[in-house]
Design a protein around this ligand. Structure first.
Ligand SMILES: Cc1cc2nc3c(=O)[nH]c(=O)nc-3n(C[C@H](O)[C@H](O)[C@H](O)COP(=O)(O)OP(=O)(O)OC[C@H]3O[C@@H](n4cnc5c(N)ncnc54)[C@H](O)[C@@H]3O)c2cc1C
Length: 383
């Protein structure tokens, strides 16, 4: 059976409705492409619905490299996109530049963080080392005994956050307004390949045809790529989050230690994340995951132990062995674009990926050099 997914064979068929697929749907629809997106479950059902939504390229960067610059560009794209989505979809993605305090509880961490402040300032970024009393002034939670346990903190005021599930919903809603067609509950069961082209995507409702197919199925992308004979070794890396309720005691800024992060959201909830585990495709939260986060959070700020636990969840980050994303045309398959494996940074890089993937779908050279993220590096002969 041939299945027409709403258009008569769209220009682009996207498999996967996470932040990556929905961003490509939105930017693609803005550029005038006829886009159809399918998701086996629902929009945001994967890692994107579970993410803490931090836009934090500076906090974990150990050296200036292409991925660091890519992350900064990803963060800047959010600042442009958020008001546009509010205007087009009427949804507030809660983009806020709350800043991150990367706290040092030991001298050895402080040495590393002071060094980070120096090279990041050299790149024109805001990055300031704070002594414990300055931390207490900025973040009152550290004004008393909690501050005395600190060696200091790296203050990164340009780091920010969004509400990740809301971002996915807003991208999807704005894409639909611009003519994209979305189908939830419609899984791709395999890719149909003939020679150097994907000729269709098989689903329980029949084969969907499109000029170009985008594989953005997150942690599930590898299995689908294999059906077209492609080597895409994406594995799921589980992350767990606990959500705390707090009307009075929420920190003002994102707090980050070597053990966990604590992200206050616009509605007063506080997300504590995230574990990093190999657990196959099981995304359920576990007792040891919750324990690890609870210990990390209370070690950072004992006061957090008094907050109520509202909920907890897990999600599966899509990751390649080198922990870098893949964005580009599949080797030997001229109309299949791969856009996945953003690991810990899919929310940060989602909109920028949507923009660059759209440039490629339009037949243009992408406006960012994507060679570090090219599918060619995954060829078994290159590893
Ligand atoms: C706990 C946690 C915290 C995180 N925090 C952050 C953060 O603060 N900042 C940040 O930048 N990143 C963060 N991440 C990482 C980020 O969530 C991911 O990198 C990103 O969401 C990946 O997006 P995606 O669209 O590739 O995949 P997903 O969001 O997993 O979407 C894939 C979609 O494909 C669908 N699908 C799967 N198989 C099929 C099929 N056969 N047919 C059709 N559809 C299919 C799924 O249903 C799913 O909706 C976090 C992740 C976790 C788990």
């Amino acid at each position: 059976m041939q299945h027409d997914a709403g258009h008569d064979a769209p220009d682009v068929l996207i498999v996967g409705g996470g932040v990556i697929g929905c961003a490509i749907a939105y930017y693609g629809a803005c550029a005038g492409l006829r886009v159809t997106l399918i998701d086996g479950e629902r929009i945001g059902a994967g890692a994107s619905g579970a993410a803490a939504g931090m836009l934090a390229p500076q906090v974990e960067a150990h050296q200036p490299d292409d991925f660091f610059d890519f992350g900064l560009a990803g963060r800047a794209e959010h600042a442009r996109l958020a008001p546009q989505l509010l205007d087009e979809a009427g949804l507030d993605v809660e983009y806020r530049q709350t800043g991150i305090l990367r706290l040092a509880l030991e001298e050895r961490e402080a040495v590393d963080l002071r060094g980070r402040a120096i090279w990041q300032r050299g790149r024109g970024l805001a990055a300031e080392w704070l002594e414990p009393d300055q931390v207490g002034t900025l973040e009152p939670a550290f004004g008393g005994a909690a501050g005395k346990r600190l060696v200091g903190a790296l203050w990164l005021p340009e780091e920010g956050q969004v509400r990740s599930p809301r971002l996915v919903q807003a991208l999807a809603a704005a894409a639909i307004r611009r003519g994209a067609v979305l189908h939830e509950g419609l899984p791709a069961t395999s890719l149909q390949r003939e020679g150097d082209r994907v000729t269709g995507v098989r689903t329980p409702a029949g084969v969907l045809r499109a000029g170009t197919v985008v594989l953005a199925a997150g942690a599930w992308s590898g299995a689908l790529a294999a059906t077209a004979g492609l080597h895409l070794p994406v594995e799921p890396i589980k992350g767990q989050i606990i959500v705390l309720g707090s009307l009075r005691r929420a920190p003002r800024h994102i707090l980050w230690s070597g053990e966990c992060y604590v992200a206050p959201k616009a509605d007063g909830l506080v997300m504590v994340g995230a574990t990093e585990e190999r657990a196959g495709f099981d995304r359920r939260p576990t007792l040891s995951g919750v324990l690890q986060l609870a210990l990390g959070a209370t070690n950072l700020l004992p006061e957090l132990g008094r907050l109520s636990v509202e909920t907890q969840w897990g999600g599966l980050r899509p990751a390649l062995p080198d922990r870098l994303p893949v964005i580009g045309w599949a080797a030997g398959c001229e109309n299949l674009l791969l856009a996945t494996a953003h690991f810990r940074n899919g929310v940060l890089l989602g909109p920028l990926t949507g923009k660059l993937a759209t440039e490629m779908l339009l037949g243009k050279a992408p406006s960012w050099d994507l060679s570090p993220y090219s599918p060619e590096r995954l060829s078994p002969t290159r590893q």
